[in-house]
Design a binder for this molecule. Structure first.
Ligand SMILES: C[S@@+](CC[C@H](N)C(=O)[O-])C[C@H]1O[C@@H](n2cnc3c(N)ncnc32)[C@H](O)[C@@H]1O
Length: 281
């Protein structure tokens, strides 16, 4: 069986520059707006295709070094091409933030946007890493998403996937068990509540400020959402169906989103929080 274009996209997480316009890109300027002073070294964790680093290099002439740590080799390659004009001001490295290794840099700013939920339930490791690496007086800027969740811990993208699976014939009530059986932790469970996160962050950091915005996602059509889902969530959910039904699954996700758009005027909305943190001594 040949692999469909959308499955190939999900495997390599490609198309993110286009897809991230729907939701994640709004974090970038928001985060950069809250960086105090004139940073010399910035480390972006889960740096994706290097968009935040690129914006930071343009915005802060003071920036001598912009470092990106990222797990996906495909994304590192795309980031390297994007950041090539900045030459020696950039360092990119493959890294698994579930077990972050020491680096030689002492950043005065560390950023992490739309990533922390992927590290659940061992976020404490990356938080300790940030605390250990930040230069004295440095800041950690973090964005976290907070979808509402139901009694099974599903919400946000899980809801859209639940609609898609239902359209493919899975009884609605069976979806939480299907997630559990397939080892798919609902994203709405991975994204801890604000209270939970505050307690976790407090161990390593003092909160210097928090801000909130509403992330509203709207789409022009089903195909656009299918691409967004594949570029953002990759094959995280698609393993819930047999390989023969994966292409159909991605299409059903797009159609579920388009139905929501028609009924509610938006696919989804959820609060996003920006935390500015300083390490505890
Ligand atoms: C939603 S994207 C966000 C990318 C970028 N920070 C942004 O705001 O557009 C999540 C990123 O985290 C990366 N990621 C997820 N788990 C990771 C891990 N364990 N270690 C390093 N990077 C990880 C993914 O590969 C992906 O590039």
């Amino acid at each position: 069986m040949t692999t469909s274009a959308v499955e190939a996209q999900a495997r390599t997480l490609s198309g993110y520059a286009d897809a991230s316009r729907l939701r994640q890109e709004h974090d970038r300027d928001w985060v950069l707006d809250h960086i105090p002073g004139e940073p010399a070294t910035l480390v972006d964790l889960g740096s994706g295709i290097g968009q935040l680093l690129e914006a930071a290099l343009h915005r802060f002439p003071s920036l001598e070094l912009a470092v990106g740590l990222e797990r996906s080799p495909h994304r590192i390659t795309e980031a390297a091409a994007r950041l090539k004009p900045h030459g020696g001001r950039v360092a990119l490295a493959e890294a698994d933030l579930n077990a972050p290794a020491p680096v030689p840099h002492r950043p005065d700013v560390v950023t992490m946007t739309s990533v922390l939920h992927w590290l659940y339930p061992t976020e404490d490791r990356v938080l300790a890493w940030v605390r250990e690496h930040l230069a004295p007086g440095g800041h950690f800027l973090l964005t976290t998403y907070h979808p509402a969740r139901d009694e099974h811990g599903l919400g946000g993208e899980d809801d859209i996937v639940r609609d898609a699976l239902t359209a493919l014939g899975v009884p609605r009530a069976d979806v939480p068990a299907l997630f559990a059986g397939g080892g798919v932790l609902p994203i709405a469970t991975r994204t801890r509540t604000v209270e939970d996160l505050a307690a976790l962050l407090e161990r390593d950091f003092r909160t210097d400020g928090t801000w909130e915005r509403d992330a509203v996602v709207t789409v022009a059509d089903a195909a656009q959402y299918t691409r967004f889902h594949a570029a953002t969530f990759g094959d995280y959910y698609s393993g819930l169906v047999t390989p023969a039904r994966r292409e159909e699954f991605f299409r059903a996700v797009g159609e579920a989103a388009a139905r929501r758009q028609e009924e509610r005027g938006r696919v989804s909305d959820m609060p996003v929080r920006l935390w500015r943190l300083t390490p505890r001594a």
